[in-house]
Write a protein that binds this ligand. Sequence first.
Ligand code: ADP
Length: 633
Amino acid sequence: MNTGVEDRQSEEDWSSRIAHVLKEIWGFDALRPLQQDAIEANLRARDSLLVMPTGGGKSLTYQLPSLLLEGLTVVASPLISLMKDQVDGLVANGVPAVSLHSGQDEQTRHHNRQQIQSRQTKLLYVSPELLVGGSLNGLLRTIGVRAFAIDEAHCISHWGHDFRPEYRRLADLRGIFPEASFHACTATATPQVRQDILEALVLSDPSILVGNFDRPNLTLRIRRREGGRDQLVEEVRRHDGQGVIVYALSRKDTEQIASRLCKEGMTAKYYHAGLSSRERDRVQTQFAREEVNIVVATVAFGMGIDRSNIRAVIHASMPRSIEHYQQETGRAGRDGEPADCVLFHSYADVDRWRRLATRSFEEAVAEGGDVDALREDFQAKDELLEDMNRMASGMRCRHQSIVRYFGGDWDRGSCKACDVCLDEIELLPDGRDVARMILSCVARVKQNFGVGHLSEVLCGSEAQSVLRWRHHELSTWGLLKRFHKKEVVHLIHQMIDHGYLERTRDDRPIIVFSEQSSAVMRGDIEIELMRPPKPRRTGRSVSQAELEEGVDADLLEKLKQKRKSVANEQDVPAYVVFSDRTLKAMAKHRPSGLRTMRMLHGIGDAKLQSYAPVFLEVIESHCDDGDRDIDLD
Ligand code: ADP
């Protein structure tokens, strides 16, 4: 019979053996929170699910037990580069570990299989497809498996951001190795994904261990992206000489941004899946060795990067899920020192992701895929995108949002490390009135129209659709005409994000009241709306040529307005005041005084005296408003 005394004794025994191996093999003095629990579950052959942020130390939790007990631990890992890093690290520490994957030559595979067969290896890293395939299975059956560790276990879920069909087949191993325990690990799992992992792997009475997702040393900012890439360049420059990753949405974006940064005198490399593996390895190595400090990359970059002193992760566009955001920002400041994360957000990113998802859905259908399954996958992705967009356009503490998203509790009040808690977000001074105007309009159109139509009405548009429904006769027509239509769309989205309105989930979604709408109308809820991003002007007002590199489109627009009013006052044509070229030069260099103004094209002494001062005022107030630098080269 098992007595309590024996239990305690074996626990003490384990603890001292764990501490010994930890020090001897890894040179670490103590386990981190949750590592102890995860290691114990493994030693007791109890299934477990460990959710811990990147860098939390998950791998140790299955590596260390493998050294304390007889038998083989098999680690399913999705990426060859990750496997390689792990095995190299273990071997360097004197731990017998091997990997098997499709990137190896026949000789290496043969050698590694022999290591397994002779039971000399304690840890085998293998890709899921090899694991569920035939021949390896036979070998493993003859020698037996003590434990399976499933790394990046979120890949098993449709609701995760990295679904991989071969992961779902890992459940077959349960039947083949009934005596083995299963240990799922992931850095990113929402409660829904967690549930999916538990079910798909049929974990039995698992120990569920969820770590803290907050990274208080990261300052998180989400800014609206305005025009060109100036904001991005400024942000990167702020971290001159430090490790910076810029994440971009497409391969082309990475190349363009890297080239712009180089033009600005910085050394930046780009990295994406279109490069040869040799080129990618080179960039990774240069970055890891700090020969290069700035890498502009698509999501693929960073999975195997062990550079702990990255001081900034900058998103040139919005990632497609909060999981991605959390994981990518998580690559900054792994040394625990302060690091900055800035995301430049625009609603256009949502459209871009949606277009990409639609295209890959259509391609997969055309290739004969299972339409229902593909549609489910598409919808799951769309919801993840919505969640990300809601967070980016919302005004809730960023740290809190992430912690809550992953199912954790937040009881810290202000984080003091995000744009919201640092009071950096610009609010609409009359947000409450604007919200009421939007709600009245929804009522006037009888909750029967979508965002586009509502914004047309509120902006006072005379579009066909508005006239046809006689909505130009409504009292709410034109109530928000001080905004551009796109800005009103943004405001309505904010209302939806906050739950003050709802959007139906039809093919043609319409906007209807939510439970909170009437409370907002009555003024029972204190609400705030963010100033919407200025739309990028297209068409006649700002031509493509004007949006050439470095020209601040918003400033250019303000300068043109000023030119118009000066010209009107003096009753002269606009070009007499300043030519377009001169205004563009101002919008590019943002001079701070007459001396620098004088250096621009088209400004002689006379115009310097007569016109320059009022234009300087425009530049100054624009720069103050947006906290922008002046006197750019
Ligand atoms: P994850 O798999 O969760 O992303 P890793 O297992 O790669 O994280 O561990 C991240 C880093 O933390 C590694 O450099 C690892 O050696 C280190 N580490 C893990 N556990 C400890 C510990 N108890 N004490 C000190 N360093 C640790």
